[in-house]
Design a protein around this ligand. Structure first.
Ligand code: GAF
Length: 451
C-alpha cells in the first residue's frame, strides 16, 4: 500500500481541493450513472523529480541520484472493483479529467479492458492513466474489472523534464492500490517475492513494484522506451534524502549529509528554460539503441560487458584503440561509463558534505551530456553557463532527458535568491525568452491520502 499519510504538504492540500472541485464539476451530477454516487472515494498523490546526477544511465542498468521534488500530482475520485458479468457497459467505464494545462476539464473515457489500445488523439495524456490501469488488471480475477472516475490536479510543470508524466502514472498506481486494498485484493510483485495480501511486502518492495509497473505502462502502452528512474523516485522518494538507485538490481539507498548542519547546507535551484525541442522525442530511442550497439562493441574486448554498466573507462579505451568502438558510439559509451562513476562519487561526496566535489561532478556531467551524449541545446547551455559563473554556485547541469527542460544548480543558501534574479534577467537578455526558477528540496514519494 502507499506509505501511510503523515503530514500532507501544503501544495498537496491545495491540489486535493482542486481535484475534488474538478471531480464535482466533471462527475458530480451523473444522470446516466446515478448508481456510481455510492462508490468508495480515494485519493493519492505522487511527486515529480529532479535528477542531481546520473543522466541517461538508467536504461543501461546504471546509477542515478535523483530526488522527489515538492511538486505533485493528485488523483482524487471514486473507484471500485466490479464483476464484469454484472456490469453493463456503463459501469465498466473509466473516466478521468484533469485541471492542468493541456488536459482540459472534459473527461476522457476508456474501458478497463486488457485489450484496449492507446489513444492517438488530443486526449493522449490519459494514456498514462490507462497504461497503469492495464498493469493492475491482471491482479483481478478474470471476471472482475475496475470502475473509476478520477480527477487529476498537479503542480509539476508539464513537459519540462521534471517528470509530470511519471508522477501521473505513480499517483494513478497508488490510487488503484487504495481501491484494491479496500476490496482485499492482493497484488503480486514482479520479482515474485510475494503478494501484498495483508501487507506482507515491505514498503520498499511495494514502492519498487509500483515503479516497475509504471515504467512498463510507459514502455508498453505509451511507447516510450524510458528507464525506471522517474517512476522509481516518484514512488520511493523520501523527505530530506536523495536516492542512489542501482537501476539493475533496483536496490536503493537514501542519501543525506551525515553532518546535517542546516545552516551551511547548500540548496538546489531548478531553472526551467521553457523550451522543449521536438527533436527530443525521436532522439531518446536513438540513444537507447546506440547504447545497445556500444555494449555489443565493448563485449568484443571484454566478454563480461553485458550492459554499459559493466564497462570501465579502460574497456572503452581498449575498444577505441582496437577500433571496435569509434565515432558516435564511442562518445555515447564514454558519457554513460563516466557518468556512472561520477554518480557513485557524487553520492559519497553528498554524504560527506563535500559540496565542491559534488559541484565539480555536476559540471563534468553537463559537459559530457553536451559534447558526448549530445542531448543539450543552446538555451540550456546559456542557463548552465550563467549559473556556473555565479559566485556561490558549486555546480550546474542539465537535468532529465534533455533537448530543453530544466537545469539543476547547487548553490550556497544565502545567494540562491540572487542567482534566481540573475538567471531571470540574463536568460531573457540572451535568449529573448523567460525562464522560471525555484528552490527545491527533497520531498516524500507517493502516498495514499484518507478521504
Ligand atoms: C527521461 C527518462 F524517462 C528517464 O528514464 C531517464 O532516462 C532520463 O530521461 C535521462 O536520465 O526522464
Amino acid at each position: 500500500t502507499p506509505s501511510a499519510t503523515t503530514t500532507i504538504p501544503p501544495n498537496v492540500q491545495s491540489l486535493i481541493v482542486q481535484a475534488r472541485d474538478l471531480f464535482e464539476r466533471a462527475f458530480g451530477a451523473d444522470d446516466d450513472l446515478a448508481d456510481r454516487a455510492d462508490l468508495p472515494r480515494h485519493c493519492a498523490s505522487a511527486p515529480g523529480r529532479v535528477n542531481l546526477i546520473g543522466e541517461h544511465t538508467d536504461y543501461t542498468g546504471g546509477y542515478v541520484l535523483p530526488l522527489a521534488i515538492d511538486r505533485n500530482t493528485v488523483c482524487y475520485g471514486r473507484g471500485d472493483i466490479v464483476a464484469r458479468a454484472d456490469a453493463g457497459v456503463a459501469s465498466t467505464r473509466c473516466r478521468v479529467a484533469s485541471t492542468t494545462g493541456r488536459r482540459d476539464d472534459c473527461a476522457v473515457e476508456f474501458f478497463a479492458d486488457r485489450s484496449s489500445t492507446p489513444s492517438t488523439t488530443s486526449d493522449r495524456w490519459a494514456n498514462y492513466v490507462r497504461g497503469v490501469v492495464e498493469q493492475y488488471l491482471p491482479d483481478l480475477p478474470d471476471d472482475e474489472t475496475f470502475v473509476l472516475d478520477v480527477a487529476v490536479a498537479g503542480d509539476v510543470p508539464l513537459g519540462s523534464g521534471l517528470s509530470s508524466s511519471a508522477s501521473l502514472e505513480v499517483a494513478t498506481a497508488a490510487f488503484l492500490e487504495c481501491v484494491m486494498e479496500r476490496r482485499g485484493v492482493a497484488y503480486s510483485s514482479c520479482g515474485g517475492k510475494g503478494r501484498n495480501a495483508g501487507g506482507t511486502m515491505s514498503a520498499k518492495d511495494v514502492a519498487k513494484e509500483r515503479a516497475i509497473r509504471c515504467q512498463r505502462a510507459e514502455n508498453v502502452f505509451c511507447g516510450v522506451p524510458c528507464g525506471i528512474m522517474d517512476q522509481f523516485v516518484s514512488s520511493a522518494g523520501s523527505k530530506g534524502n536523495l536516492l542512489l538507485i542501482d537501476c539493475r538490481s533496483l536496490d536503493f539507498q537514501k542519501v543525506s549529509p551525515s553532518c546535517a548542519d542546516e545552516a551551511c547546507m547548500p540548496v538546489l535551484v531548478i531553472a526551467n528554460s521553457n523550451v522543449k525541442h521536438d527533436l527530443g522525442a525521436g532522439e531518446y530511442p536513438i540513444r537507447v539503441q546506440q547504447c545497445k550497439e556500444a555494449t555489443e562493441a565493448l563485449s568484443k574486448v571484454n566478454p563480461l560487458v553485458k550492459s554499459l554498466r559493466d564497462a570501465s573507462m579502460d574497456d572503452v579505451d581498449a575498444a577505441a584503440s582496437s577500433g571496435v568502438l569509434s565515432g558516435v558510439l564511442l562518445k555515447r559509451a564514454r558519457h554513460v561509463v563516466s557518468e556512472n562513476s561520477r554518480t557513485v562519487k557524487a553520492a559519497d561526496a553528498w554524504l560527506r558534505g563535500d559540496w565542491e566535489l559534488v559541484g565539480n561532478l555536476m559540471n563534468e556531467s553537463h559537459s559530457s551530456m553536451k559534447d558526448d551524449y549530445e542531448v543539450s541545446c543552446d538555451e540550456i547551455d546559456v542557463l548552465v553557463q550563467l549559473a556556473q559563473n555565479f559566485d556561490g554556485v558549486f555546480g550546474s547541469r542539465l537535468t532529465g532527458g534533455g533537448f530543453g527542460g530544466c537545469t539543476v544548480t547547487l548553490v550556497k543558501k544565502d545567494v540562491a535568491q540572487g542567482l534566481i534574479d540573475y538567471l531571470n534577467q540574463k536568460y531573457e537578455e540572451k535568449t529573448g525568452s523567460k525562464c522560471d526558477c525555484f528552490i527545491t528540496s527533497p520531498g516524500g514519494g507517493a502516498m495514499a491520502i484518507s478521504v
